[in-house]
Write a protein of this length. Structure first.
Length: 333
């Protein structure tokens, strides 16, 4: 180290030495600060983990949705719908950084959700106000298993078609599906069709659906009330077109063989009102090369837990055979 006792030259060298040391220290401190800020930023971006029962949290979300005539559904801009699609896409790919960015942009909550009933760790994006799970715009909920089967389960009318969210959660769990899409509002939140996710264009629900294609199968759940003179079966299956493709016909045969009271739309006039021929998601699924399974369930099947579970297990087996899905051994028997 230079000393200050060797004249002017020595003094300058001494001062210069310490200035260099101070500059080095400042650079090191600055770099350390940046690293600490990056670590803190990464920590703040970490996706939180929640544990619980998926059916319970979905039930809470449904309770907070805009109801019939509430006008609580807010139609998104094209940019917002596109961002919602980006969120679903990133979740499906397991891209947490991009999913977090989209969730923040949309003011959505993104969490890892450990479903204690199945042990699966899922990504969930939901819209809520704390403490109550109250929807602010009625845009819906996305649940994704990045390693799940090539199957999407959809619930477009969670309040209008009573207990279809329960059916959706059970089917999502039984089939180990890739995604569960839950609409965020009553079908008739407005007097017009803007909140009807199965038919209105430009909705977040439809944007998420399209970005998750091409899925091999999309199963969309609906409900109907049987009248005495209808003579309808408990379940009506349709692909939205006639004749139904091979997969849907196979599902029908499997369920029929298992003793389920099921009918199939074949374009000959029966079940036309329950066939989903104008369903937007059906059209886009077929265009992407997938099979769309439109499932109408009578009210007593949806509301009776025993009947519901029997139908869901039978449908899951039928889907597994048709789509060559991996499902738990006890269900595959």
């Amino acid at each position: 180290m230079p000393t200050s006792g060797s004249g002017p030259e020595g003094t300058r060298a001494y001062v210069g030495f310490w200035i260099s040391i101070m500059l080095i220290i400042l650079v090191i401190l600055g770099a350390a600060t940046i690293i600490l800020l990056d670590v803190e930023r990464d920590r703040s971006r970490q996706t939180p983990l929640e544990r619980g029962n998926l059916s319970q949290v979905i039930g809470e979300i449904v309770e907070g949705m805009p109801g019939r005539g509430s006008e609580g559904y807010v139609k998104p801009s094209s940019h917002e719908a596109s961002e919602f699609a980006d969120l679903a896409s990133a979740m499906s790919a397991g891209d947490l950084e991009e999913a977090s960015r989209s969730a923040d942009t949309l003011d959505y909550t993104l969490v890892w959700y450990e479903d204690i009933s199945t042990g699966r760790r899922l990504l969930m994006a939901r819209e809520e106000e704390v403490p109550a799970r109250t929807a602010k715009r009625g845009w819906g909920t996305i649940v994704v298993d990045p390693g799940g089967n090539d199957l999407i389960v959809e619930v477009p009318h969670p309040l209008f078609d009573i207990d279809t969210p329960e059916v959706g959660v059970e089917l999502f769990e039984e089939t180990r599906a890739k995604a569960l899409l839950l609409a965020g509002t009553h079908r008739y939140a407005w007097a017009d069709e803007r909140a009807d996710m199965a038919h209105a264009p430009g909705t977040p629900f439809d944007a998420a659906h399209e970005t998750l294609l091409a899925a091999r199968f999309v199963v969309q759940l609906h409900g109907f009330h049987a009248r005495e003179d209808d003579r309808y079966p408990d379940i009506v299956l349709s692909s939205g077109v006639a004749p139904a493709p091979t997969g849907v016909r196979s599902i029908y045969r499997s369920m029929n063989s298992a003793g389920i009271n099921v009918g199939l739309f074949d374009g000959r006039g029966r079940y036309t009102d329950l066939a989903g021929t104008r369903n937007l998601q059906g059209t886009s699924t077929r265009e992407a090369g997938g099979e769309f399974v439109h499932v109408e369930l009578v009210s007593h099947v949806r509301t009776n837990p025993v009947e519901r579970s029997r139908v869901v297990e039978t449908l899951a087996r039928a889907l597994a055979r048709s789509a060559d899905l991996w499902i738990p051994l006890e269900l595959a028997r």
